[in-house]
Design a protein around this ligand. Structure first.
Ligand code: PXP
Length: 243
């Protein structure tokens, strides 16, 4: 079965709306794990708009599955990762004005800094993934930077306005899954996935794990975290569905 990593950033977003102590993403992570999630993902942004250092420090000690830290290629955050040692990191682009991560990391052209960052993280025993658009050059460059995984950006598939566009985005994801595997890279995917659009994505060849945040946390607000996670796991268990 394809694994589910739950991105719990939005729990911290609600807390930061009042700069208070609730809801606590650490409690959310426990509930996700009790419901069967295979991993917990959190993005420590340079602007600390949702997750705080304290959250990652406690999650590192409490997460019993796997802790995946999303982060920018930024010296301060690399040092933080070296200190707390998440099981894995996913390198993402970060812009102050964005609402969420808007696309894959531009690895082509940034190889020197990215390779240095990957080396530091791998030396600390951390598995490294790079969030990329389903584009051959970006995947090739990710491999050349020494990444273990790529995480295919599914945002354009999720945002497709027509059945034809959706199919074309799905085909790109599938062929880039194959291409990455051929380069010796392991394959994850995520962004914009929902209960309604997740099953076709399960067809991506060599896919190991999906990272899903917004849709699960949105449902959790209404029906509770455990039920929201179990509902998503059930879809993954059902397997691929045709578009
Ligand atoms: N993967 C990456 C690299 C992300 O940056 C995000 C959003 O933080 C996700 C997956 C999850 O996206 P969503 O919240 O749309 O499910």
């Amino acid at each position: 079965m394809i694994k589910l990593g739950v991105n719990i950033d939005h729990v911290a977003t609600v807390r930061q709306a009042r700069r208070t102590v609730e809801p606590d993403p650490v409690a959310a992570a426990v509930l996700c794990e009790l419901a069967g999630a295979h991993g917990i993902t959190a993005h420590l942004r340079e602007d600390r708009r949702h997750m705080q250092d304290r959250d990652l420090e406690i999650l590192r000690r409490t997460v019993r599955t796997r802790l995946n830290l999303e982060m920018a290629v930024a010296d301060e955050i690399v040092s933080f990762a070296e200190r707390i040692r998440p099981d894995s990191v996913c390198l993402v682009p970060e812009k102050r004005e964005e609402i969420t991560t808007e696309g894959g990391l531009n690895v082509v052209g940034g190889e020197k800094a990215i390779r240095k960052c990957v080396e530091r993280l791998r030396r600390a025993g951390i598995v490294v993934s790079i969030f990329v658009d389903p584009v051959e050059e970006q995947i090739r460059a990710s491999g050349q930077c020494g990444a273990d995984f790529i995480e295919l950006h599914t945002g354009r598939y999720a945002d497709a306005k027509s059945a034809r566009e959706r199919l074309s985005e799905m085909e790109k994801l599938a062929s880039m899954g194959e291409f990455a595997h051929g380069m010796g890279l392991r394959v994850n995917a995520g962004h914009g996935l929902t209960y309604g659009n997740v099953r076709p994505v399960l067809r991506i060849p060599h896919l190991e794990e999906l990272n899903i945040g917004h849709s699960i946390i949105s449902r959790a607000i209404l029906v509770g975290m455990e039920r929201a996670v179990r509902d998503m796991l059930e879809l993954l268990r059902l397997g691929p569905e045709d578009l």
